[in-house]
Design a protein around this ligand. Structure first.
Ligand SMILES: [Zn+2]
Length: 573
């Protein structure tokens, strides 16, 4: 197997590559439709052709239970049996050890199941899994791993990771002389030290590719993105990276941005069965009564059969009656949406425009039914406290805001942040990439372009202003910028990070990395945060060229000798 990397995006780790397998070449980033039991549910081969699927996934555990290894040995593998001419990746059964709780015991040797087909005991060991995957004849085999809940304790996660490593070594030995590729799986739950250790141990072994396992099993979106980002960076650049079992279109976009090449997920077909579809108008739930008389296309931007031949009204009826045709049409539509998104990502990577596409789509892919917005009720997510320390998240009709407990909802913070930034001519010039020689005050007598433009953001809050700046800088040519945020109490910022549903502007790696490590860096941009009283924390920080601050921070400005910095403050609208 060979991976040829064609391009890596600027301001992102996203990459465009070609993966050559035993059966065909796969253009990445790629989404692999899931065909657990040797069929992508409800979809015919002609439909998979139409979708342009270049690789599908099959499941070792389920095929071992039924039809069993012997059938594949006698009939010559899964490709021939299901008439699939392109690549197949087989999952090892590790996820089933985790997800099928019935009658299992786990030991050093492997995991014991009771077959759901006939009740007989079935021992799945690393060797048994590889033997089965060799019989299936997949292009890419996965090692057996112990997947655990991503919120497990450190001790439990360490034990599972170490077992996974020992099983990885046994899987390599069991592979023998098979020409099929073999991927290892990095585990370690949401603990950075374990993820680092797991990547370190596994990348020293001769695997053809690496998967990030143990995600989408209980962690928050921010934890998932941080772990993906960390692990993807630790994996070798010349091997494919596969994020297992993740996720929504937005998850895929964010993981591509962090350097992932391959994805699988049952969502497009599983949600289709429930009547839930992804469209250019947001995620739509066809079970809602509002679609009963809707004589409009499911997605005006889609050319699939469901969108060109039928109305939302008819599809709503099929879903309500649980007609198989409804499931089939909607599954095809959802898979089309996923594969089109990946094709568009590849095209944007080739054109060098991924960073801008990422910034736009991060908002677009989070939309929910733009034609019939669901009513906003008082419903809150469980386990997400809406207060932390002195702060609360308050949700109004069209936006949410971070406030000190007891204070009323202020104006739309995103709109205010954008207005504040727009008032900065300096920043506009900066974003356009104009030479900034004359913007360096003469008194500093610095060599132009060596010193970054330093911006102070006084009162980080929920980072509306800082993120408005980050979004402007993303994907544009700009002079080096150093952003220093000051905040007396970071509880509010951390609270906002836990509420990405309310704060779409935080769906970006930068604020999460900042919260974790105190600094975010990418080419030409550094963002740091100082917690405490600015009268003390500003000492020793690089002096600002530009200061951004809101109304409530104005009192502290007088304390600071800001010299010749340009000061921009918010004015009441
Ligand atoms: Zn469609």
């Amino acid at each position: 197997m060979k991976l040829t990397v064609h391009a890596v995006a600027e301001g992102s780790r996203a990459r465009r590559a070609t993966l050559t397998t035993l059966h065909n070449s796969i253009e990445t980033p790629v989404f692999m439709p899931v065909g657990t039991r040797g069929t992508v549910r409800t979809q015919t081969l002609a439909q998979l052709d139409k979708l342009g699927a270049s690789i599908i996934l099959a499941n070792t555990y389920h095929l071992l239970v039924r039809p069993g290894q012997e059938l594949f040995e006698r009939l010559g593998g899964l490709h021939r049996w299901m008439s699939w001419p392109r690549a197949i990746l087989t999952d090892s059964g590790g996820f089933q050890i985790f997800s099928l709780p019935n009658a299992r015991s786990l030991g050093e040797d492997g995991a014991e199941f009771k077959s759901y087909a006939d009740g007989r005991p079935l021992l799945l060991t690393p060797e048994r899994s590889i033997a089965m995957q060799r019989a299936i004849g997949s292009d890419i085999m996965m090692v057996l791993d112990q997947c655990i809940d991503s919120t497990s304790s450190h001790a439990h996660a360490t034990a599972a990771m170490e077992l996974t490593h020992r099983w990885a070594v046994r899987s390599l030995a069991a592979r023998g002389d098979s020409p099929q590729a073999l991927f290892a799986i990095v585990q370690g739950a949401c603990f950075d030290d374990l993820r680092r250790r797991s990547a370190d141990v596994l990348t020293q072994l001769p695997f053809d590719g690496y998967a990030i396992g143990g995600l989408a099993v209980g962690e928050t979106r921010a934890q998932r993105e941080d772990t993906t980002e960390l692990v993807a960076q630790l994996l070798p650049a010349d091997r494919p990276r596969y994020l297992m079992g993740v996720g929504t279109p937005l998850d895929l976009l964010e993981a591509v941005h962090r350097g992932v090449d391959m994805f699988d997920c049952v969502l497009p077909t599983a949600w289709a069965q429930q009547g839930v579809v992804f469209t250019s108008r947001g995620k739509i739930d066809l079970r809602r009564g509002v679609h009963r008389l809707a004589e409009v296309a499911l997605d005006p931007a889609c050319t699939c059969e469901a969108c060109t031949l039928y109305s939302r009204s008819y599809l709503h009826h099929l879903v309500k009656c649980r007609e198989p045709l409804g499931w089939q049409l909607l599954a095809f539509h959802n898979l089309s949406f996923y594969l089109r998104l990946m094709a568009e990502i590849r095209a944007q990577l080739e054109r060098g425009t991924f960073a801008r596409f990422h910034a736009e789509q991060r908002v677009q892919l989070a939309l929910v039914d733009q034609d019939n917005p669901p009513a906003r009720g008082p419903r809150r997510r469980i386990g997400k406290p809406s207060t932390r320390g002195a702060f609360a998240v308050v949700t109004g009709e069209t936006y949410s805001a971070l406030v000190r407990i007891g204070e009323p909802l202020p104006g739309d913070p995103d709109a205010r942040a954008t207005r504040l930034l727009e008032r900065s001519l300096r920043l506009a010039a900066l974003v356009r990439g104009e030479p900034r020689v004359e913007r360096v005050p003469e008194s500093r007598s610095l060599v132009p372009d060596e010193r970054p433009l330093v911006i102070w953001d006084i009162g980080l809050g929920a980072a509306h202003v800082a993120m408005a700046l980050v979004r402007q800088l993303d994907g544009t040519e700009h002079a080096p910028v150093e952003l220093v945020s000051f905040e007396r109490d970071l509880d509010g910022f951390r609270l906002a990070l836990d509420h990405q549903k309310e704060f779409a502007h935080l769906r970006h790696p930068a604020p999460h990395i900042l919260a974790r490590s105190g600094a975010y860096r990418r080419d030409g941009f550094v963002w740091t945060v100082c917690e405490g009283d600015i009268a003390e924390t500003h000492v020793g920080r690089p002096r600002p060229d530009l200061v951004l601050y809101g109304l409530r921070s104005s009192a502290i400005l007088a304390q600071l000798a800001l010299g010749d910095a340009e000061v921009l403050h918010e004015v009441p609208s």
